[in-house]
Design a protein around this ligand. Structure first.
Ligand SMILES: [Zn+2]
Length: 333
């Protein structure tokens, strides 16, 4: 019986590689590389695949409702860091997990895991590109729709997952919030190695300041089975890391040596539209006091200035300003 259960567990792991710490038979080079994934995993040859290049001249500008980042500023204990042979996974043991709602999402999405993609050197490594620009690394925070109860069930539904994607760029200075991650990396260089972080971990600390400007589109997992079930949110402001902090990721090893790169090339965008969310409360900065600064709204701990909570109250004034602005533009034309 135990064997049956273990077999079932292994099979379950194989179904959703990016969601688990299992070791799957795909790679990033040669016959196991991205060009061949479609031969074995039909969906990898689909029409709505990720990653993509985002052409900022072709995006559709929108003002979506605020995203709520719940539990992102909590100090989380029991955070596991694992080398699964394709990337490094960060998983949270204890409930409740952080979650997101709002923006383009309907319903709550619960944290599943986060991981990174990087390249051989600092000129490439991100999966999505902006105007064909690559970044040296990209973070994927994967969340599954609460309604579907588990990541394994969620990947069977077109709105099953959302991934918050963050780009990195080089800085001369170290980013102190990444010290715990890079320290853990040193202990998981070998395949399947896993450690628990020494200190409590906060999601918010490793993210960029601006969480209001992002691109969003429908796509897929970027690893086999490439399921087209992901609502992507690519945040515009990169996180700044020192070269050595990025270099630490390149020390990780798979069964075939160092994981020097683990990003999938961009895929055709096809008939998809990329939306660009801008901050619709930008006009209201410094206008209003914080009536009820809910801990679950964005930037709970750091957002002391540049208020946005008056957004709804002042929507009509924004509309009036916009109409007047458009009218003036029209007259001047
Ligand atoms: Zn990923």
């Amino acid at each position: 019986m135990q064997i049956i259960i273990s077999t079932f567990f292994v099979l379950a792991l194989m179904q959703a590689p990016e969601l688990t710490s299992g070791d799957q038979d795909f790679g990033y080079d040669g016959v196991s590389g991205p060009l061949h994934w479609g031969e074995r995993y039909r969906e990898c040859a689909g029409k709505h695949q990720s990653p993509i290049n985002i052409n900022v001249l072709r995006v559709k500008q929108v003002s979506l409702p605020d995203i709520q980042f719940v539990g992102f500023d909590d100090s989380i204990d029991g955070v596991h860091v694992t080398n699964n042979g394709h990337t490094v996974l960060i998983e949270v043991e204890n409930e409740p997990h952080p979650r997101v709602r709002g923006g383009p999402l309907e319903g709550d999405y619960v944290f599943s895991q986060m991981h990174f993609h990087w390249g051989d050197n600092d000129t490439l490594g991100s999966e999505d590109k902006i105007n064909h620009r690559s970044f040296p690394m990209e973070l994927h925070m994967v969340f599954f729709k609460e309604e579907y109860k588990s990541p394994q069930e969620a990947v069977k539904h077109p709105d099953g997952l959302t991934v918050l994607a963050f780009f990195y760029e080089l800085d001369r200075h170290y980013h102190p919030a990444y010290d715990d991650i890079t320290a853990a990396l040193g202990n998981v260089t070998e395949l399947h190695a896993s450690v628990t972080m020494d200190h409590p971990f906060s999601f918010l600390n490793i993210l960029p300041y601006d969480l209001r400007r992002y691109f969003t589109y429908r796509g897929s997992l970027t690893t086999p089975p490439c399921s087209e079930v992901v609502i992507w949110l690519d945040f515009e402001q990169p996180v700044r890391l020192a070269h050595d902090q990025i270099e630490a990721f390149r020390e990780l090893r798979s069964a075939h040596g160092k994981i020097k790169h683990n990003f999938r090339p961009i895929q055709p965008i096809g008939d998809r539209v990329v939306f660009y969310n801008i901050d619709n409360s930008y006009f209201n900065y410094n206008e209003v006091d914080d009536p009820d600064d809910d801990v679950t709204t964005q930037r709970p701990s750091r957002r002391k200035h540049g208020r946005h909570n008056g957004a709804i109250k002042n929507k009509s004034s924004v509309a009036i300003i916009s109409v007047v602005f458009l009218a003036v533009c029209y007259l001047l034309k």
